[in-house]
Design a protein around this ligand. Structure first.
Ligand code: AZC
Length: 817
């Protein structure tokens, strides 16, 4: 870190070292001599937390006493990443920490590495939530993140000898978690099951069983805002620890049954991404955290009031529904208002309608949650009644808006037939005030396709908020070299709070000396990643090769297949002598991906990639020109190491399938060039960085639709492109399965007969763009000029800007005064 960017801080390194010593003594009970790096990590984290405490308490007081509406971000996932460096940055204690830890005889990196990354999310949706709460705090907006403290996060990935993914439990709480404060006194009761009876003309829910929701609070410090918000993650515990009767009868397993049942609710994150999982436990999780959060908000904003005036609730807090997972909160708030506080239906509806807004994160119809009505009825009988009544009201309202019976039928929240089901996206769209997609194209497609009937009749509810990423974690922490260069170029470090300032770098793209410095930073990042890859995985990576990265969940629509087929085709070209090895641009191709454990095709693709890597990396004919690596267990930490080192990133989903993407933004900010389709936020990235600085290829949404409509025949592409044919034949022929033709037969058969995401149709265009990429790469100065222009023009993709858009278009609130 340069002098210029060193944050001002209240204390000296010496003082901070004393504080760490004190924590070592009074919290860990060890002397500095006895301490391990893990001890120092806990002690330093606790010390940082103490520094944030005053701001945290002040923020909470101001939030409750002030007149600024707060934001409640309801999300089943918060993929936070490691906390220590981020907390240090925002507390202005980075330098003190580095010095103090050295004084205590430790390497700061070892201390930071003692933190086990919490993986409480699957991918983009969960990471977005983490970026958003960072930006809310940095902008000084009062906010709560509300979610679940899963005991087991996203599974830890391993590869077996055959290169297959194997899942292991991720017990991230095995060691002390210095960040989470368990607040037993502010627990909530969450009930399930039972029946609804009529009493004095009122519907009364008599639940069967209850669990105790205990908040675990995480501080969310803002950058340079002096504000610290709260991420409140609920943990499920049993009220009846123990069935003594059973215990005394020596039925030990039965004795702990209630406890097990309750604690199961927050036990594990569902490792599904972009698919709907219909599991009873998942619905229990969803109700568990939304119910606890709603009651918590009432407790926070009406402290000590027995009969609060909840007509003011929407002025106190606005709830953002992060996808459909928290949508059960809508009937819950209705129930609370009517059954617990005695409001009439219409008043409750007005309050509820004003309180909720919904963000949709997908275009895949199969990812929109639909719950069987009988399941909701079994778990939450009163909620089902309320949902049915909302549906009746909606149907009646629709009849006043349109004569189109078929349309009304299509829009049912509760579907008809003998197996009725509840469409959570429809419930959220009708019951909330606003609905937004996460990139311009996505929001448009939501209106035109996914929620077409709704946008016809309720157009004013629809809006767009393009996603963003926090520059604190993904530029400043991940890429200190680039951060210093940006600060040097702009003459200020204010860009970390106002990322639009990056535009000031545009003229410097004409300054060859500056571009060379930029290239040198990239090179150093490549060297760092090579060291990281060696240390962590034993990979030999040559920093003088092009770093070409594809990191994201493994999903057919994202088309990792397209990338691997192109790699195989290139390999086939070399093997057949069509391409001379001297003419190959040396590349390190880096994959990072987890697959949902039950997603067969995705898992087979992982296996294929690993085996292509094994064969190509070990083939002496390749002379090390192509090196494919697949770091296992991709996570935020790997991303922070890899993104700054990447030169070419892959955003090659089929057009119309990726809602937004957010790694695309991180890459552009860190000076990688993108090869991509016109999908999700790629469209906006390309518009901003300039068409000349983006490698576009592939079919557009309209072309894709036309091809579906006219009947798509993938075999035609296989027949007409000899490179594609050679690649698929290699896979089919057993080149990557020790001669076994069966291993990848399901993939091959899918490519040739189905290929729903049209990988084959885009293959030729994808190959053609590679030669442009290689030509440009040969001219390093020009390449880096374009890369710099990506950084300079990506300020828009700060999550601060996203939050400002939400404040203006959806939440109608702002920073604390
Ligand atoms: C993801 C989208 O697939 C991705 O395009 C987007 O950038 C991200 O959300 C953040 O908006 N969606 C999901 O992860 N969806 C689910 C249901 O997990």
């Amino acid at each position: 870190m340069t002098e210029m960017t060193a944050p001002k801080s209240p204390i000296s390194s010496k003082d901070f070292a004393d504080e760490v010593r004190e924590q070592l003594k009074y919290t860990q009970g060890v002397t500095p001599e006895q301490a391990t790096a893990a001890d120092v990590y806990v002690a330093a984290s606790t010390a940082v937390r103490r520094h944030l405490m005053d701001s945290w308490m002040k923020t909470q007081q101001d939030m409750v006493n002030g007149n600024t509406k707060a934001v409640g971000y309801l999300s089943a996932e918060f993929l936070m990443g490691r906390q220590l460096r981020n907390a240090l940055l925002n507390a202005g204690l980075t330098e003190q920490f580095n010095e103090a830890v050295k004084e205590l005889g430790f390497d700061p990196q070892d201390v930071v590495d003692a933190e086990y990354e919490p993986g409480l999310g699957n991918g983009g949706l969960g990471r977005l939530a983490a970026c958003f709460i960072d930006s809310l705090a940095s902008l000084g907006v009062p906010a709560f993140g509300y979610g679940i403290q899963y005991k087991y996060g996203i599974f830890r990935q391993e590869f077996d000898e055959e290169g297959r993914q194997v899942e292991h439990p991720d017990y991230w709480l095995a060691n002390e978690d210095p960040w989470g404060h368990v607040d037993y006194g502010r627990d909530q009761k969450v009930s399930f099951g039972g029946k609804v009876v009529e009493e004095d003309g009122k519907r009364v829910w008599q639940p069967d069983w209850s669990v105790r929701a205990i908040p675990v609070d995480y501080m969310v410090p803002g950058y340079e805002s002096g504000r610290v918000n709260t991420l409140r993650l609920w943990q499920a515990r049993s009220y009846d620890e123990f069935d003594l009767l059973a215990f005394n009868k020596s039925e030990y397993m039965e004795a702990v049954e209630p406890q097990v049942k309750a604690e199961n609710i927050s036990k594990i994150l569902y490792p599904e991404d972009s698919t709907q999982v219909g599991k009873e436990l998942r619905l229990e999780q969803q109700y568990f955290f939304t119910c606890a959060s709603i009651h918590d908000a009432i407790r926070v904003f009406y402290p000590g009031e027995d009969k609060p005036d909840l007509t003011t609730f929407p002025d106190k807090i606005t709830f953002q529904l992060n996808d459909t997972h928290p949508v059960i909160g809508i009937p819950e708030l209705m129930r609370v208002l009517i059954d617990e506080y005695g409001y009439d239906w219409d008043t409750a509806w007005t309050i509820t309608n004003k309180t909720f807004n919904y963000t949709c994160h997908t275009l895949l119809p199969e990812a929109l949650e639909v719950w069987p009505a009988d399941l909701i009825g079994k778990l939450l009988p009163r909620h089902l009644e309320i949902i049915e009544k909302i549906n009746d009201q909606f149907m009646a309202e629709l009849k006043t808006l349109t004569k189109d019976e078929a349309k009304i039928e299509r829009m049912r929240i509760v579907t008809g037939g003998d197996k009725p089901a509840v469409r959570m996206a429809y419930l959220a769209t009708y019951a909330g005030s606003h609905v937004n997609g996460v990139a311009e194209l996505h929001s448009q497609l939501l209106k035109d396709v996914t929620l077409r009937d709704f946008s016809d009749l309720y157009d004013s509810k629809f809006t767009n908020v393009t996603n963003g990423v926090t520059p604190r974690r993904f530029v400043k922490l991940a890429n200190p070299g680039l951060s210093d260069l940006i600060t040097e170029g702009l003459g200020t470090d204010k860009w970390l709070e106002d990322l639009d300032l990056l535009e000031g770098l545009v003229p410097l793209a004409q300054d060859d000396e500056f571009v060379k410095k930029f290239a040198e930073v990239k090179h150093q990042n490549k060297v760092s990643f090579s060291n990281f890859a060696k240390k962590e995985y034993g990979y030999d990576v040559d920093p003088n090769t092009m770093f070409n990265t594809m990191i994201k969940r493994l999903h057919e629509y994202k088309r990792q297949s397209l990338k691997i087929l192109e790699v195989i085709a290139q390999y086939a070209d070399i093997k057949s002598g069509k391409v001379k090895i001297e003419d190959v641009t040396p590349r390190t191709i880096i994959f990072g991906a987890k697959s949902a454990p039950g997603y067969y095709m995705a898992k087979l693709t992982i296996q294929l990639i690993n085996n292509v890597a094994r064969v190509i990396n070990n083939d002496p004919d390749i002379k090390g020109k192509l090196n494919i690596i697949f770091p296992v267990n991709y996570n935020i930490r790997v991303a922070q190491n890899l993104i700054p080192a990447t030169e070419l990133d892959e955003q090659i989903s089929q057009a119309g399938k990726e809602a937004s993407g957010t790694s695309n933004m991180k890459f552009a900010l860190n000076g990688a060039l993108t090869v991509g389709t016109l999908d999700g936020a790629n469209v906006e990235i390309r518009a901003r960085v300039g068409a000349d600085n983006f490698f576009l290829f592939g079919m557009t949404v309209d072309e894709v639709e036309a091809m579906y409509a006219n009947g798509y025949n993938p075999a035609k592409y296989y027949e007409s492109d000899p490179r594609l044919k050679a690649a698929i034949d290699m896979v089919a022929g057993g080149t990557f399965s020790n001669g076994d033709r069966n291993t990848y037969a399901p993939l091959v058969s899918d490519w040739l007969t189905k290929d729903w995401f049209m990988t084959l149709a885009d293959f030729t265009a994808y190959h053609d763009i590679q030669s442009q990429i290689e030509t440009l790469y040969a001219d390093q100065l020009e390449w880096n000029r374009k890369a710099l222009l990506n950084t300079a023009n990506s300020g828009y993709f700060s999550s601060d800007r996203s939050i400002e858009d939400y404040l203006e278009r959806v939440w109608m609130t702002g920073p604390l005064k």
